[in-house]
Design a protein around this ligand. Structure first.
Ligand code: NAD
Ligand code: TYD
Length: 361
């Protein structure tokens, strides 16, 4: 039994699917998952519905800041590991309202660590030795690179620039301290920008796909030359499985897609893919919808991961190129209209109005 926080979100939800598919592929027993998720705007049980319906996964709707709820879940399910995905994850939202980010990402991680440490302390023998706490974090804790800087490695100094990345940096430091001080068995992964199915359409790639199809502007921040290192979400999920199995306690592993791409090139790639798969009725290219808008405050210029350590010590490398991953992603959004309609509620429309209303074209 594994307990996974944030398992109804984008990466956690993909992880739930990946976990069972991988174990079947490798001939391993179908070890159960307990999804511990508050179901904020970003959490959607529909993402993992088949696995909830089959009983392979169980959903507990609760907040990681609620220590009593965490304690009860640990006592009831007795997991051999905790995979910690739950977070507030969107940089633009952290600029409009940082409080929730401090609460969930820092206070929530602290609550979870405290309850997990008490649970682990009470374990004995093999169960205690085998227990793992895997913390999922981001490359954004390392700050911003210039075009010529080397990619982030595990020894790059922390320099978070947004309330989001600062709150994730704080959570990383707590995890590190719990290993150093208490010998608590932690593993940390810091990954680059993920993309793929079930991605909430406030983030660049799903927002561009859905705005394009709706005939709306494609809002590119600033000059569009910011660079992200795009990682297909299932590659990330596989990395987490392998770090859980083979990682050295207390260590950090950077996970990257080896796909550094400028934002404008991401957007034009999506446009051309849609031109081929779902051409506009008027025959015009989707690129004609691209609109440059006011930049994000404090916008980090470039992120890039050096994945040497995870390749060398764990034996993981990404399987998808950006071309293959974006093809799967665009097709998924064209085919999954039910999921899309469930996440574009009134609250979603309110967010789009808040974030884009004051950006000058
Ligand atoms: P997401 O926003 O899609 O999902 C977050 C999930 O956590 C949701 O299901 C939400 O309901 C849940 N959640 C939020 N607050 C909670 C709380 N207080 N208690 C319990 N559950 C709560 O995020 P994601 O993109 O899936 O990211 C997962 C993790 O990966 C995060 O820790 C994020 O920082 C990290 N990460 C994401 C990316 C990316 O590109 N998406 C890149 C690097 C790191
Ligand atoms: P995002 O998906 O929010 O991820 P992050 O900020 O964590 O990297 O944004 C990816 C990049 O795309 C980032 O440089 C900001 C940019 N961006 C736009 O240009 N327009 C948009 O509407 C959004 C949401 C992001």
């Amino acid at each position: 039994m594994i307990l996974i926080t944030g398992g109804a979100g984008f990466i956690g939800g993909n992880f739930v699917h990946h976990w069972f598919e991988r174990r079947a592929r490798l001939g391993l027993p179908a070890e159960q998952l307990v999804v511990f998720d508050k179901l904020t705007y970003a959490g959607n049980p529909l993402t993992i519905k088949p696995l909830l319906d089959s009983g392979a996964a169980t959903l507990i709707q609760a907040d990681i800041c609620d220590r009593e709820a965490v304690r009860q879940a640990l006592e009831r399910f007795k997991p051999r590991a905790i995979l910690h995905f739950a977070a507030e994850s969107h940089v633009d939202r952290s600029i409009h309202g940082p409080g929730e980010f401090i609460q969930t990402n820092m206070v929530g991680t602290f609550s979870l660590l405290e309850e997990a440490r008490a649970y682990w302390n009470a374990l004995e023998g093999d169960a205690k030795a085998a227990f793992r706490f895997l913390h999922v974090s981001t490359d954004e804790v390392y700050g911003s690179l210039s075009d010529t800087d080397p990619a982030f490695s595990e020894t790059t100094a922390y320099a978070p620039n947004s309330p989001y990345s600062a709150s994730k940096a704080g959570s990383d430091h707590l995890v590190r301290a719990y290993h150093h001080t208490y010998g608590f068995p932690t593993l940390t992964t810091n990954c680059s920008n993920n993309y793929g199915p079930y991605h909430f359409p406030e983030k660049l790639i799903p927002l561009m796909i859905l705005n394009a199809l709706d005939g709306k502007p494609l809002p590119v921040y600033g000059d569009g030359l910011n660079i992200r290192d795009w990682l297909y979400v299932r590659d990330h999920c596989e990395a987490i499985c392998q770090v859980l199995d083979k990682g050295t306690l207390g260590e950090v592993y950077n996970v990257g897609g080896i796909n550094e791409i400028r934002n404008i090139d991401v957007v034009t790639t999506i446009c051309r893919k849609l031109d081929a798969l779902r051409p506009r009725a008027d025959g015009q290219p989707y690129e004609s919808q691209i609109t440059y808008v006011t930049d994000r405050p404090g916008h980090d210029r470039r992120y890039a991961i050096d994945p040497t350590k995870i390749q060398r010590d764990i034996g993981w490398s990404p399987a998808e190129s950006f071309e293959s991953g974006i093809d799967k992603t665009v097709r998924w959004y064209l085919d999954n209209t039910e999921w899309i309609s469930t996440v574009r509620s009134g609250a979603y429309r309110d967010w789009i109005a808040t974030n884009y209303a004051d950006r000058q074209a």
